[in-house]
Design a protein around this ligand. Structure first.
Ligand code: BG6
Length: 482
């Protein structure tokens, strides 16, 4: 498969927090790959900015070391790496003070797009936004990129939005949810809106239920201090799973354009019914085969959930009566993320009872083994009577992409290039984030008021028994996590 790489315009990108974990692990490797593939032009400049007092050479050396750790084995030793490092510059900057800002102004060019990546704690967003203005650095068309967590409840998200809005217009703000940059997540939109086949069936009349799973094998060890204050609800559901739900359930936007798409997503979030406590299962892993959550989080008496399963209803005509089941958890038996649409059985079977009944299932696999699979019913091959079986119409990207499959772009590659192109379609708008918190807050408040305690599940399992029951009581089953 031939990949088409369209170079972006030259740009100045400043990464605040340029020495931090996200920059080393994700942002800089993503930029390197776009450079290697010819998308980043020769006169693009990336300026790392952080508190550390070092020069550009020392910064380049630290990025070299980060690449040795975080680039894929097949990318190590790529001759493009040194050429990429030539595009890097560095400035020590004090986010809360005045040091370094006039030097930064001196480095910015007037005639290329400028982007400022706030890869720092949200408590610094306000200080950075303000200084970019008081020092006359950010132009009216400058873009800022901010990471999750975007608030920890509605109030804090509103405060953060207000802080940014004091200096930047909404059209300049790129709130990242990296799930939107994943190749298969974008494919969900291509499948829904690029085919005539699915959309007529994409509603409560034909869809029995939808399952959205983001299962992780890793625990919270190493980041327990952050995680224990968040839990799966804030860390994954309010953002990543909510975005997957929106793209699955939204009405077709009239264009694949920022506000057209985001208006439709917002309507889904606003149409969510409140969730009854009986429709939620919170779990915490215990450590029969390794460290327990409490050990990983270094918290002896934590009630934070590392797993959550929720049954949701969307109160609109399209989805009336079709439940959406969401689940996500740490230390599960496999890393497996997918959106699975279970269609209803045919309304009437013309075959004998012996033939059996089957229903179509469309699964969109986000990771690993990205791909799309549709199970269709056929006659069991061979002589004998009519027996129905389902077989996969399988489109794993590995086969479709051939040798390129290993290089399915990382979400950050797509998203950072979209910032440079000035395309906000795959970024969250302020009102979307607030609406998601407005839905999340009462659920979390309910746990607090009831002093709710998560149930336990075995590390390395499929999650708590209670989550299986959430499905069983409706006569349904989760897909195997594999
Ligand atoms: C992050 C969460 O946003 O997403 C992590 O904070 C989680 O807890 C991660 O592990 C999952 O991302 P991915 O791309 O590995 O599925």
């Amino acid at each position: 498969m031939v990949s088409r790489v369209i170079p972006v315009d030259p740009f100045d990108l400043v990464i605040f927090g340029g020495t931090g974990d996200l920059a080393r692990r994700k942002i800089l490797p993503a930029l390197f790959r776009r450079f290697r593939d010819g998308q980043m032009p020769e006169d693009a400049r990336i300026i790392g900015a952080a508190r550390k007092d070092q020069d550009a050479d020392a910064y380049r050396q630290s990025v070299r070391e980060a690449f040795a750790e975080f680039l894929r084995p097949s990318e190590q030793g790529d001759p493009a790496m040194e050429a990429f490092l030539d595009h890097l510059d560095y400035l020590p900057i004090d986010a809360m003070g005045d040091g370094g800002w006039s030097e930064l102004k001196g480095k910015m060019r007037d005639d290329v797009p400028q982007a400022f990546y706030f890869s720092v704690a949200p408590s610094l967003f306000g200080a950075l936004a303000e200084r970019l203005h008081t020092h006359g650095i950010a132009r009216e068309d400058a873009r800022i990129v901010v990471e999750k967590p975007f608030g920890r409840d509605l109030g804090s998200a509103q405060a953060l939005n207000a802080t940014l809005a004091a200096h930047f217009d909404e059209t300049q703000i790129y709130r990242i949810d990296h799930y939107l940059g994943k190749e298969t997540v974008q494919n969900l939109m291509a499948v829904r809106f690029g085919n005539v086949l699915f959309e007529p069936l994409w509603n409560a009349q034909y869809v029995d239920h939808v399952q959205i799973t983001v299962a992780e094998e890793v625990g919270v060890g190493g980041r327990g201090a952050y995680y224990d204050k968040s839990g799966a609800m804030r860390d994954m559901v309010q953002n990543h799973l909510m975005q997957l739900l929106c793209l699955t359930a939204m009405e077709p936007p009239n264009r694949f354009e920022p506000d057209a798409v985001r208006d439709e997503k917002l309507k889904v979030i606003r149409a969510l019914d409140p969730v009854a406590p009986a429709d939620i299962v919170r779990g915490q892993y215990n450590g029969a085969k390794g460290a327990s959550y409490l050990e990983d989080a270094e918290a002896s008496d934590s009630r934070t959930e590392s797993y959550i399963a929720i049954k949701l209803h969307i109160a609109n005509w399209r989805w009336h009566g079709t439940p959406f089941y969401l689940r996500t958890g740490k230390r599960l038996k496999a890393r497996a993320s997918e959106i699975v649409v279970h269609f209803k059985e045919t309304p009437h079977s013309i075959f004998d009872e012996d033939a059996g009944r089957r229903a179509n299932v469309l699964s969109i696999r986000l990771q690993p083994d990205e791909g799309i699979d549709l199970r269709v019913t056929i006659k069991e091959p061979g002589p004998g009577g009519m027996r129905l079986v389902d077989v996969p119409l399988d489109m794993t990207f590995a086969e479709a992409l051939g040798p390129d499959a290993e290089n399915v772009p990382d979400a950050y590659e797509r998203l950072i290039m979209d910032v440079i192109r000035g395309n906000q379609t795959l970024f969250m708008r302020g009102d979307e984030v607030e609406a998601a918190w407005a839905w999340t807050d009462p659920i979390i408040a309910g746990w607090r008021d009831r002093n709710d305690k998560p149930v336990t599940y075995e590390a390395g399992s499929s999650g708590p028994e209670e989550a299986l029951m959430l499905m069983h009581r409706d006569g349904r089953r989760w897909r195997e996590i594999a």
